[in-house]
Design a protein around this ligand. Structure first.
Ligand code: ACM
Ligand code: ZN
Length: 554
């Protein structure tokens, strides 16, 4: 080989070694197709925003206008004829099949910016991409100096379910933080906010028919000055002052805020376990007369369970669901179903009587009977249920969507569920539990629950289990990052665990598998972090690698 040929050959090998060098455009999640062009567009404070084929008084346009005002300093009252050097958002008259429900096309050149989508969701995502094309510290920049590189982008998601879960029971986070969480989800094109509203450590949603759920169930004694692991149980008569809940008005506000960002809010109401807070408020729903409290500390095994033999419990659950469905336009209600320790059911005469009467084989089937009863009720309201993968244990109807989380059980249970007709959302703890350490605990600024999940491992997550046919693959709705909050006392603690690992998850669930590239992702992180800083988010500065797992954590 001649010298030049040889260098070209080695350059090619290097390219292959990097595996995936793509472009110098910094967008997370990596779009489907990016074509850098020459030149740029300069934004001015009076750059016209033009809307075509879209309801100008609707929530999406108001979101876009507000976004330009906040982030780009662009305020305008342009009319639709003023398309010179404008930013034009248009909805297609005839749907472009490539763009599907949430995709978009974005073209930036010297003459302006044009954005096209089939649905408003696509316009919202084009806006996020546009924002990421602007300088990373744009919130502190004079808009007259902002230049956007010329580029043509076509983009749409790999999965319809791109979730972020937040536990607000173990610690309560107020509406302002929830909105900030939704903002960062939107920035990275995540579209399902799984709101874990009830658990042993606090009930967080106003229910008019059962006021003690929030009067009693939302409050616990304050142990916020000690590590979660060190907290001592409540003393006799000690006041319960720590906690909080969302009023119905606040929930509606959050749901509307999310909808503007193409985010569906899925409430989770835990059934039948993880319910100490319900039993503290309504002890009559327990199997026993053990005094329950709103828990303040690690609670394991979580033995509190709603009595499966008491008709009033089913009535209670259905009446709670009635109020929940009124608040959430989501197609789904998550009904939990995880880690329900059934010891109490084994010794409860009412539960045993129900098992006998219904000719159920065991307590797992009693749980299934309860979940099915609730599912029928949820379906009568035009919605579907999601449950953690334990709902498969005593049998489940094909209409239930299963959220897989127990990596150690193995995804063969998922393959089986799919063959049974169930849709599945993938959140295996080994890849998706952002409450795990992202670096060596000895170097971390805050305590975590344990585990080791560096960002590289989140990035390596593949939501589709091996061995599925194409038809079966269609039953995988997508994936989700879960954030349990035992060790997260403040919203800064939450952000630190969430960011930047959520960015890795966004690329897992949005980008085509063949566009994923760890090296390119790592190159993109510094500018993303700069942007997150400018927006006021806390994040981890470590780029944790799988090989960094300390030997004593294996
Ligand atoms: C879970 O982590 N218990 C769903
Ligand atoms: Zn019972």
């Amino acid at each position: 080989m001649k010298h030049t040929q040889k260098s070209l050959f080695y350059a090619g090998l290097l390219f292959l070694a990097a595996g995936c060098a793509q472009n110098n455009i910094n967008i997370v999640p990596e779009p489907v197709q990016v074509k850098p062009l020459s030149g740029h567009f300069t934004l001015a404070g009076n750059t016209p925003l033009v809307f075509q084929n879209i309801e100008e008084t609707g929530p999406t346009v108001s979101y876009i206008r507000e976004y330009f005002s906040t982030h780009f300093g662009v305020e305008n009252n342009a009319t639709n004829d003023n398309t010179e050097k404008a930013i034009t958002f248009s909805l297609t008259e005839t749907a472009d099949p490539t763009l599907q429900e949430e995709g978009y096309e974005l073209l930036v050149n010297e003459n302006g910016i044009t954005i096209k989508a089939n649905k408003e969701a696509g316009l919202v995502y084009a806006l996020q991409t546009l924002y990421q094309l602007a300088p990373a510290d744009i919130t502190r920049t004079n808009p007259s100096t902002v230049t956007i590189p010329a580029v043509a982008i076509t983009d749409y998601p790999r999965f319809e379910w791109r979730g972020s879960h937040l536990d607000v029971s173990r610690h309560f986070f107020d509406v302002d933080y929830v909105k900030k969480h939704l903002d960062v989800m939107a920035l990275y094109k995540l579209n399902k906010f799984h709101w874990h509203l009830t658990d042993d450590h606090g009930w967080r949603i106003q229910i008019d028919k059962y006021p003690k759920l929030t009067e009693i169930g939302a409050w616990r004694v304050d142990r916020s000055n000690v590590s979660w692991k060190e907290a001592k149980p409540p003393k006799e008569g000690e006041p319960a002052t720590y906690g909080g809940f969302y009023t119905k008005a606040q929930i509606r506000e959050v749901v509307a805020y999310a909808a503007q960002r193409n985010i569906e809010v899925i409430p989770e109401i835990e059934i039948p376990g993880h319910c100490s807070e319900i039993l503290a408020a309504y002890p009559e729903f327990a199997c026993d007369d053990h005094p329950y409290v709103v828990e303040v500390r690690p609670y394991w095994p979580p033995k509190a369970i709603l009595c499966g033999g008491n008709d009033d419990v089913m009535k209670f659950l259905k009446e709670v669901i009635d109020e929940v469905v009124e608040l959430f336009p989501s197609a789904y209600i998550h009904v939990g179903g995880d880690e329900a320790v059934k010891d109490n059911w084994k010794t409860c005469p009412k539960c045993q009587q129900r098992i006998k009467k219904l000719k159920l084989k065991n307590e797992e089937e009693l749980q299934s009977w309860m979940i099915r009863g609730i599912e029928q009720h949820v379906m009568s309201k035009g919605k579907k249920i999601i449950g953690w993968d334990e709902i498969l244990e005593g049998g489940v109807t094909p209409s239930a969507t299963v959220m897989y989380w127990r990596s150690w059980v193995g995804d063969s249970v998922i393959v089986k569920a799919i063959r049974h007709g169930n849709h599945v959302i993938m959140t295996p703890n080994a890849y998706c539990y952002l409450d795990y350490y992202q670096a060596d605990p000895k170097t971390e600024p805050q305590e975590a629950i344990g585990g080791f999940l560096p960002i590289e491992k989140v990035y390596a997550f593949e939501p589709v289990p091996a061995g599925l046919t194409n038809e079966e693959t269609a039953f995988i709705k997508g994936g989700q990052a879960n954030l349990w909050s035992e060790f997260l006392y403040t919203s800064k603690n939450v952000e630190y665990m969430l960011l930047p690992r959520l960015l890795a998850m966004s690329e897992v669930v949005w980008s085509p598998k063949e566009n994923k590239c760890w090296e390119h992702f790592v190159e993109k992180l510094p500018a993303q972090k700069k942007r997150l800083s400018a927006l006021g988010y806390t994040y981890s500065d470590k780029v944790g690698l799988i090989k960094d797992q300390p030997a004593d954590m294996e």
